[in-house]
Write a protein that binds this ligand. Structure first.
Ligand code: DQQ
Length: 457
């Protein structure tokens, strides 16, 4: 059988079938645990279970048996939706949403975190706050404070906007509703906030929510159970990145994974037999201007093999500097580009020899944007494509640090930790593996240029 070149090797995927949100992220006894929304019966969304995998380095994953399945006749009979994992004095506890209706449930894990038993008293939160007309009520995010547990649940107040509802508990079983941690306006941040993740970062607190098809963040001061927002933004400007969840590892890093959605039809996903990828693990920090910054976890670096390094590369309009060291669809590129008044400079990736298929990743000097253009990426009629742009605002003379990761059908690009764009690309032709540096409209200067094949052994 021909290998499926759209599958990934250093981004996590189950062996087959559907995957969406990362769930229950935690480091436990030295292992990273990644649970995920999973349909074990097919390549489309439905029949939600929690899949489970572990890793020692965030890139090599061992697949484990399903962690949670719907219980017939139980309050999660229609599906085990998203949630989190916490350490309850040495015992792992998962908290998740059962449907329908949406209620919150817990399950206890064994000491090694390999098997899970649902609490007989589920649901632990049986309904939304009394009198509140909500647009949804799911995806608990739990943390511990000095006087007990706190939880925010993703929600929305009808006709007003998204809401993260704050609860308190002494024991993870009895929960008391307090008030919203934060609410939004429907026209600005959507009617319903899915998958909240709330955590301290750089002396402030950050709330991530998924809404309007993307991951929004709010940064501010956490006082008396409310977030006073000082800065807001988007974690990623591409079409793929959604349902981000974070955890803190033993080294104190705040690490985010997110679901990378497909950009092809249901029929194409069914034909492939799989759908959904996890993003690179991104380590979050807070910039001095309140922007949430993200860098790939450094554990990725040992995957680089026999790279190519150049300095002082001058690209005339129309030049194509082939990066032959990269031969397959797993690689990393890094260019330090001099920003000019005009012109575009960057990379063509996943290109067929006659250019019938190609994906562009570049810095647009005039628009001051980091861009991924998938409009010419595939001859398949089953693929949605677009031009995706992240504002970067670098001025002429400044250096744009452009980093690109390609893994099968995934393209993740970012600059300076602050502008991320993630998209999917599905070239039809097996020889759509060309990679080169290029410039358009005006000559481009790359102070340095690196390319590495990435190999997961
Ligand atoms: N996916 C889950 C929900 C969540 C949504 C269901 C976000 O819990 O709100 O698969 O992608």
């Amino acid at each position: 059988m021909r290998e499926d070149s759209h599958r990934t090797r250093y981004h996590f995927q189950p062996l087959k079938h559907w995957m969406n949100d990362p769930n229950g992220l935690i480091q436990w006894q030295g292992e990273y645990h990644l649970f995920y929304q999973h349909n074990p019966g097919g390549a489309l969304w439905g029949n939600m279970h929690w899949g489970h995998a572990v890793s020692k380095d965030l890139y090599h994953w061992e697949h484990l048996p399903l962690a949670l399945a719907p219980t017939p006749g139980g309050c999660d009979a229609m599906g085990v939706f998203s949630g989190c994992a916490v350490d309850n004095n040495g015992e792992p506890v998962l908290m998740y949403t059962g449907i329908a209706p949406e209620v919150q449930c817990i399950a206890n894990g064994d000491a090694a975190m390999r098997s899970f038993e649902k609490f007989a008293g589920n649901p632990v939160i049986a309904h939304p706050p009394e009198g509140m007309d909500v647009t949804g009520f799911r995806d608990p995010c739990v943390w511990r404070e000095e006087d007990g547990w706190r939880c925010v649940i993703g929600s929305g107040i009808a006709r007003e906007g998204g809401a993260a509802l704050l609860y308190r508990s002494p024991d993870l079983r009895e929960w008391e509703y307090l008030h919203p941690l934060l609410t939004g306006k429907e026209d600005k941040s959507g009617a319903m906030w899915e998958c909240p993740s709330f955590f301290p970062l750089g002396g402030k607190h950050v709330l991530l929510v998924s809404a309007l098809g993307t991951v929004l963040y709010f940064v501010g001061a956490y006082l008396d159970g409310r977030l006073a927002v000082e800065h807001a933004g988007r974690l990623d400007h591409g079409p793929a990145y959604y349902a981000a969840q974070t955890f803190q590892d033993a080294g104190g890093r705040r690490i985010a994974f997110a679901w990378l959605r497909e950009s092809r039809s249901d029929a194409a996903q069914e034909a492939a037999g799989w759908s959904g990828v996890q993003s690179l693990p991104r380590v979050l920090t807070l910039g001095s201007d309140g922007v949430v910054l993200a860098e790939p976890a450094r554990e990725l670096e040992p995957l680089r093999k026999n790279g190519e390094h150049r300095e002082g590369v001058l690209l005339k309009v129309g030049d194509e500097l082939a990066l032959d060291v990269v031969t397959g669809r797993q690689f990393e590129l890094h260019a330090r580009i001099e920003a000019r008044e005009r012109g575009r400079a960057g990379f063509v990736v996943c290109a067929s020899p006659e250019r019938a298929e190609r994906t562009l990743v570049y810095y647009d000097c005039a628009a001051k944007e980091l861009c991924i253009d998938t409009r010419g990426s595939s001859l398949s009629g089953e693929v949605a494509t677009g031009l995706y742009r992240a504002p970067l605002g670098m001025c002429p003379g400044e250096t744009v640090d452009l980093r690109v990761f390609v893994d099968g059908s995934v393209v993740e690009a970012f600059s300076g930790g602050r502008a991320w764009v993630t998209a999917r690309t599905y070239p039809e032709r097996e020889n759509s593996v060309g990679v080169w540096a290029y410039a358009e409209e005006a000559e481009g200067r790359m102070k340095t240029l690196d390319a590495w094949p990435l190999t997961v052994s």
